[in-house]
Design a protein around this ligand. Sequence first.
Ligand SMILES: *[C@@H]1O[C@H](CO)[C@@H](O)[C@H](O)[C@H]1NC(C)=O
Ligand SMILES: *[C@@H]1O[C@H](CO)[C@@H](O)[C@H](O)[C@H]1NC(C)=O
Ligand SMILES: *[C@@H]1O[C@H](CO)[C@@H](O)[C@H](O)[C@H]1NC(C)=O
Ligand SMILES: *[C@@H]1O[C@H](CO)[C@@H](O)[C@H](O)[C@H]1NC(C)=O
Ligand SMILES: *[C@@H]1O[C@H](CO)[C@@H](O)[C@H](O)[C@H]1NC(C)=O
Ligand SMILES: *[C@@H]1O[C@H](CO)[C@@H](O)[C@H](O)[C@H]1NC(C)=O
Ligand SMILES: *[C@@H]1O[C@H](CO)[C@@H](O)[C@H](O)[C@H]1NC(C)=O
Length: 508
Amino acid sequence: MKYLIILSLIIGLSCSERTLLEDYVFDDNDISVVKHEILSSTVNQGYTLHKLNLTSLKWFNELLTNRPIWWHHVYVSVPDNLDSTRPIFYYIDDGRNNETESPSETAKLLSEFSTKCKCITVIQRQIPNQPIIFTADPKSKLRIEDDIIASTFGLFFFNRTLFPNNTYNNVPLLFPMTKAVKRGFDETVKFLKSKNVNFTEKFVVSGASKRGWTSWLITAVDQRVIATMPIVFDLLNWQKNLHIQFKSLGGGYTYATYDYFLVGLTAKLDTKEIREILKLVDPLFYLEKYSGRKFLLFSATEDQFFLPENTKAWWQDLSIQTNNQIYIKRLANVDHYLNQQSKLQIVSDIKVFMDLMHKETSSTRTLPILKWYFENNILFGATRIKLSNLGEFDSYTVTSYSAKTKDKTKIDFRVNYLLDKSFVDSNISWIEAPLIQSKKSDLAAVNEHVYRKLRILSIFNYVGFYLDVNLKLKDSNETLSISTDLNIIPEYYPIGDCYNEECLGKLV
Ligand SMILES: *[C@@H]1O[C@H](CO)[C@@H](O)[C@H](O)[C@H]1NC(C)=O
Ligand SMILES: *[C@@H]1O[C@H](CO)[C@@H](O)[C@H](O)[C@H]1NC(C)=O
Ligand SMILES: *[C@@H]1O[C@H](CO)[C@@H](O)[C@H](O)[C@H]1NC(C)=O
Ligand SMILES: *[C@@H]1O[C@H](CO)[C@@H](O)[C@H](O)[C@H]1NC(C)=O
Ligand SMILES: *[C@@H]1O[C@H](CO)[C@@H](O)[C@H](O)[C@H]1NC(C)=O
Ligand SMILES: *[C@@H]1O[C@H](CO)[C@@H](O)[C@H](O)[C@H]1NC(C)=O
Ligand SMILES: *[C@@H]1O[C@H](CO)[C@@H](O)[C@H](O)[C@H]1NC(C)=O
């Protein structure tokens, strides 16, 4: 009897841990379509680049879209100086299926990166497959990107009866996007084995925007992912964050959420359907799955999709879950689309982060620990930081960045906004000010370094500020650059919260 109880406990536990996303990603009903074909192999200075056509999955059938079978251009770069004990750097990229492929600038940058990280790099393009046409769409519109995702949200909200046996759960596009990456991992492994490459089957996964979103979700289902580096995607805890956005933007949402607004996401913000869809696609619902992983996020201070305050609604939770193995680097004065300089900064941060991870052993932690505390009151705001575990570094600098909003009507740091159907440049500028420059002896002498940055409240604007810590590695000129959360003062919002239908709001 006792054993029976224990047994049923074990079974009960393991059942409850399996998510609908896992059910979908590991369902091999469509396995017969999965394959890869080598399109070319070219030898370059320092690395060999293989271009594959990888067919990843079948998502429903022709009754839903004109493109149920997904395929991708995949670039696998194997460097001459490969260290076979290093993980594979796997980048999820966008791209179109209806045009002749030439590698994106990002693909080129990351293929060359393989020689720097001494690791295999993979770029999987066409996530999602696009453009697609929904079969039932009378206009046969060619849809891409958010337009597709939002359409699948619409089907989930309004047309469930079209999908028998709960298969409507597999409709949100993030499901096939995530599965395509899992199949991409599998086929990459098969390909490398067929080429007799000696490698380690572990992945560091990254991607920008909705590909960053996908990188969170693949991490929740695939144990082979050891670190996740989402670029310009920090929207976790959607429901809470959309409420915050409503209050921050004076009763509206950023115009960049247009497709989601149109399909009724904000009108439904306080409904049960939102909870149901977010349980599938909001990474925060997979919190428990993130134990033991490392995260390095990149976010843009002037992003028109994601407000820099997004992180506040979930950072603490993830930080606890990962035992402080989560980091963010804020890129000042760039928007969602980044620029060349910020892309180089990202690659250089990833390189140093991966090197530090590689040096870690079961008993020594090599990554630094950065903690921050906001100490705000009615006169000023202050951010206090504590920096420790600096054994790999010989010096550091701390720099503060701050910006003011246009006025007190919105907490808005976006590069531009919508006013009477036209875009207005906001001219926000993040101002850099050095705070600390450490001496070598500082690091040897103390374990914990504490600093405080103070900003006086302004009557006319909101002030946002954060600190950047640049840590220089020992015996090298490379630095790891990481940031704190954004402190915004005063702490109250321009308007109160919405309830139910009021949450519809408008695009601003
Ligand atoms: C890739 O393979 C698919 C079949 O799965 C095919 O339809 C597609 O045309 C191929 N693309 C290229 C560029 O070869
Ligand atoms: C590919 O699809 C896009 C729609 O996203 C369209 O603008 C473009 O003209 C198409 N290209 C070709 C070669 O058909
Ligand atoms: C989904 O439902 C809406 C509203 O009932 C309807 O207008 C639309 O045609 C349906 N879409 C599909 C694909 O059946
Ligand atoms: C739904 O599931 C049941 C039981 O697995 C199966 O018999 C039935 O054919 C399914 N219906 C559809 C439309 O797939
Ligand atoms: C693969 O690399 C590891 C680590 O460098 C090494 O121990 C192992 O012998 C290699 N395996 C083969 C088949 O070369
Ligand atoms: C930003 O600067 C431009 C050019 O000086 C000006 O036309 C525009 O009104 C400014 N925007 C705001 C929000 O002040
Ligand atoms: C660091 O940079 C300086 C000046 O650019 C150079 O002299 C030095 O050799 C570099 N050190 C290393 C370890 O790369």
